[in-house]
Design a protein around this ligand. Structure first.
Ligand code: HEC
Ligand code: HEC
Length: 432
């Protein structure tokens, strides 16, 4: 007898399947009922963001809490300007270092010299880094038939890194890799067209492709693809909180401590990430006064006319008013922000050059001084004057190609790009 000809069997199969489907439905419904809502996660994440961690903190379970090496005892200690999640001053710059590719090792390494430690003898110093990666002595070597004299080479390059604001990070998180690539292709095509007409000043950004093929969007070097990964790393590196993604650094070792116990649960990490993802986006705030209003309108035109918008792309991947292509550019200039030396052997092809930095989104820029990756520019005027390299043509336009009035209009426009109003809740939490 064929299976479906037996009503009895059919009924049994349908009965069992039906019960299973029903059970599945109930557990799903139940999971949905007991799962924390985004609002709860955001509220708890905010608590964690402002929480001042201590050694053996009660919130850190089996872990050792703050440190042993750390930069500050809370996220909010650095991310604070214009409200929780904002930018930070130079006082809290992070001291990082790169070990440049050299004749003994063609890889690039990096790390952070932490500003603080839970005990004095654990405090890290530049000298420790230099001891770990000492100067490579020069000498005479034979290449082919030639004797070549090699100079001493110090592979270590220190860098100060300034704290960016996190407002609107959730929107950046959603920008697709495709939109970033597409925009970068557009830039290259325009550049090609200009070169065809003998104009070699055109702008071409480098998309940061991470080892796993995703595109980096966060960090001054675009070194992370998602807010979640950055948050987990910030917990470990800035505050010394080991989590499932990244362990805290071992004092004086400048790498993760493989033995450190977890300071955070998955739930804590989730809520902190959700808080960062739901931070309100910055806004263009139009002045009421009609004269100031027209200055901002004209400033926005000037911004496009003199080429700022080539890198500071106004809209990207459906996010309006971002003012970034999220690509890397070299805008360093020997006359302005110092000469960046070359590594001894070429940089690995998949990492940014030393002088390459991600175009920072300009939304909220009025409330995020000081500027540039190292916080070296106190004012917006100074920032523009320090735009060299690939952005030299826009600086020349700004300094010589436009009227004093238009220079003022441009600054008025940048000053209208504000952090979310302090009075308004930073997270969506209070809106409902
Ligand atoms: C000592 C100051 C300091 C502390 C403390 C700190 N940060 Fe940061 N934060 C920075 C700096 C500096 C950067 C830029 C780093 C880079 O680009 O390499 C940054 C970048 C970020 C970014 C990426 C933003 C972007 O758009 O590129 C996120 C997200 C972030 N921090 C979250 C956190 C969280 C969450 C905490 C708390 C666990 C935290 N930070 C603690 C200084 C700090
Ligand atoms: C070739 C690409 C490019 C062009 C063109 C360009 N910029 Fe930038 N801009 C960058 C990069 C890259 C940085 C970050 C450099 C660094 O941190 O060292 C930056 C930084 C900035 C900052 C600092 C933001 C912050 O959060 O620290 C401001 C403001 C700014 N640019 C405004 C402008 C204006 C105004 C123009 C036009 C006059 C302009 N830029 C043209 C690439 C560009």
């Amino acid at each position: 007898m064929k299976f479906w000809q037996s009503w009895d069997r059919r009924r049994r199969v349908i009965g069992v399947t039906g019960t299973l489907v029903m059970l599945w439905g109930v557990t799903q419904g139940f999971a949905w009922l007991i799962a924390p809502s985004e609002l709860e996660l955001t509220a708890e994440g905010r608590e964690l963001f402002v929480h001042e961690w201590t050694p053996n903190d009660p919130l850190s379970g089996e872990g050792d809490g703050l440190g042993p090496v750390f930069n500050a005892n809370s996220c909010a200690a650095c991310h604070a300007q214009s409200g929780v999640g904002g930018a930070g001053g130079n006082k809290h710059n992070v001291r990082s270092f790169a070990v440049l590719p050299n004749r003994n090792d063609s890889n690039l390494y990096g790390g952070v010299v932490h500003a603080n430690a839970t005990a004095k003898h654990l405090l890290e110093t530049d000298e420790q880094v230099l001891g770990q990666y000492p100067i490579i002595p020069g000498g005479v070597t034979v290449i082919g038939n030639c004797q070549v004299r090699l100079e001493d080479f110090n592979p270590v390059e220190f860098e100060e890194i300034n704290t960016p604001a996190l407002f609107g990070a959730g929107l950046i998180d959603e920008i697709s890799d495709w939109s970033i690539r597409q925009n970068a292709w557009g830039q290259s095509l325009t550049a090609l067209g200009k070169e065809f007409h003998g104009d070699f000043d055109a702008t071409m950004g480098k998309v940061r492709v991470l080892p796993d093929g995703r595109i980096g969007k966060f960090g001054w070097k675009a070194q992370f693809a998602t807010v979640e990964e950055f948050v987990a790393t910030a917990c470990a590196v800035e505050v010394g909180l080991t989590n499932s993604y990244r362990r805290q650094d071992a004092p004086g070792q400048f790498t993760a401590d493989a033995e450190a116990a977890y300071d955070m649960t998955g739930y804590q990490l989730d809520s902190l990430t959700t808080f960062c993802l739901t931070l309100e986006r910055p806004e263009l705030v139009m002045p009421r006064n009609s004269k100031e209003h027209s200055a901002v309108v004209r400033g926005r035109q000037v911004f496009a006319e003199i080429g700022c918008a080539e890198c500071h792309t106004p809209d990207l991947g459906g996010v309006k008013g971002l003012y970034s292509d999220l690509c890397l550019h070299n805008i360093s200039d020997p006359d302005h922000n110092g000469y960046v030396r070359e590594p001894e052997v070429p940089m690995p092809s998949n990492v940014p050059g030393l002088a390459d930095w991600k175009t920072p989104p300009l939304w909220g820029v009025a409330d995020s001084a000081p500027y540039m990756h190292d916080g070296s520019s106190p004012t917006l005027e100074d920032v523009i004057e320090k735009h060299g390299g690939d952005a030299k043509h826009t600086r020349e336009q700004y300094l010589k190609g436009i009227s004093k009035k238009d220079r003022e209009n441009l600054i008025a426009f940048l000053k209208a790009l504000r952090a979310p109003p302090a009075g308004k809740p930073v997270a969506q939490i209070d809106e409902k």
